[in-house]
Design a protein around this ligand. Sequence first.
Ligand code: R5P
Length: 263
Amino acid sequence: MSWGLSNRISRIMKGGRTVMLAVDHGYFQGPTTGLENPRRTITPLLPFADSLMLTRGVLRTSVDPGQSVPIVLRVTGGTSILKELSNEVVVTSIEEAVRLNASAVAVSVFVGSEHEKQTLANLAQLVDEGERYGMPVLAVTAVGREMTRDARYLGLACRIAAELGASVVKTYYCEDFRKVVDGCPVPVVIAGGKKLPERDALQLAHDAISEGAVGVDMGRNIFQSTNPVGMIKAVQAVVHAGKGVDDAFHVFNEEEKASAKLR
Ligand code: R5P
């Protein structure tokens, strides 16, 4: 692994663990609840995010260049919720990622979906180009409607992503998650998925870490929370401080109380 690639990975992993804040949903969902005004949502969360996962459009318009938060740049897309989601192409080049001082690029793979091969080719191409510039690639295992989020399917998708050269793989938590992690020779982070009650989302993060995930790449369960800052602090407590769910939920509740007093 080149020095540049290792250095970029170490920017997003703090002591081998990471809390990535995912705010890239608009690339196919448009103005998702909680991200209608990206700057307003992102700004208060930045001090607590180990990295920010987003598109170049939101980066340029909604994040001040003086910010030091490492950027995980979403570079595949070209689809919308109105069409077949797996029909993604590379929409942002590695050179642009370097210009934007990204610490990694993110690409979705849709194993088992209509355009499986095209999305795996996107990943392979980005890994090749990333090697040239020392740019790590985060592979996102997107799950088509027809797929089941179980250890067999997610294990297959994660392993394929790692075999094609991804430096980190993002997937979903599932029963027997340890098997997914054990079968994947690169670090695994989990997405949060649809909004859950805060305690349940913390339980999800806790279970994933206990079963070998190195962190989370979480979006809706943070920015759609009643208290996004409280939630990201609570997730940090699970991922970095090794707190249990009760202690982490306490962090969230204390932040809620403190914000209520200020209102
Ligand atoms: C999905 O393709 C996007 O990359 C999201 O960033 C991802 O799903 C993580 O966000 P959430 O925690 O809301 O699922």
